[in-house]
Design a protein around this ligand. Structure first.
Ligand SMILES: O=C1O[C@H](COP(=O)(O)O)[C@@H](O)[C@H](O)[C@H]1O
Length: 231
């Protein structure tokens, strides 16, 4: 296993400030070195304060592409849409200049969008930073321990996979482990004691069937970094 660097913070504000600063430096350096940068972000509740802060941060945003690690197959005006989250919390202020690649399409299902979206996402260059969330069941992106598509998501070479979790609502479209780890930097952004207990277990014991996140810290070709605050 590559080393997992765990950064623990007293509170969410300090975590947000530190992760924002780190990601901003990575994107700035990437644009200086290669003329462009790609940032992959997660949905859910956890990243909202980070997105708000990033949106107000001075960066060469017009050279930055942002895309989601996963999407719930709901209409973009749904409060459960990760696309809506990105548009209302991140793609505004200074970050309004960024290029955004959404995962949701007009297809009736994530399954029917899987091939075309895989081709689109698979054609993107190595990412500069991937910020992953995690559920208390150990899922990351939309690779849930309970979904029948877990093996494809964890071992497949395609860039995206449609998943249908049994323990959470909505069909999803998720980037696969291989595509997510094709990145220069990978972060886990988690808050709450319950999530820390799960992530700690996934770091200590390689158990990807129980905790898919385990396969991201064990056997990852790039070092993974955890940014964690209890509340
Ligand atoms: O459903 C999802 O859950 C995870 C975790 O969300 P959170 O609300 O507990 O932060 C998230 O990382 C993922 O992108 C999302 O689709």
């Amino acid at each position: 296993m590559k080393e997992v660097n765990v950064n623990k913070f007293d509170n969410n504000q300090k975590l947000t400030d530190a992760l924002c600063e780190r990601v901003a430096a990575i994107l700035t350096d990437a644009v200086a070195e290669r003329g462009k940068a790609t940032l992959v972000v997660s949905g859910g509740r956890t990243p909202k304060p980070l997105f708000e802060k990033l949106s107000r941060t001075s960066l060469p945003w017009s050279k930055v592409t942002i895309l989601l690690a996963d999407e719930r197959w709901v209409l973009p005006d749904s409060d459960d849409s990760n696309d809506k989250l990105i548009k209302t919390t991140l793609l505004k202020n200074k970050a309004a200049q960024a290029r955004y690649v959404g995962l949701f399409t007009a297809h009736q299902s994530a399954k029917s969008a899987e091939l075309s979206q895989s081709q689109l996402i698979g054609a993107l260059p190595t990412f500069d930073a991937v910020i992953l969330g995690m559920g208390a069941d150990g899922h990351t992106a939309s690779l849930f321990p309970c979904c029948d598509e877990l093996d494809v998501g964890m071992t497949g070479t395609q860039a995206a996979v449609a998943t249908q979790p049994k323990s959470a609502p909505y069909e999803r479209l998720s980037l696969t482990r291989q595509r997510l780890l094709d990145s220069r930097h990978v972060f886990f952004h988690i808050t709450g004691d319950d999530k820390w207990t799960v992530l700690d277990a996934a770091i200590t014991h390689h158990d990807p069937k129980r905790y898919p996140v385990s396969d991201f810290v064990h056997g990852s070709p790039v070092p993974t970094e955890v940014f964690y605050a209890a509340a």
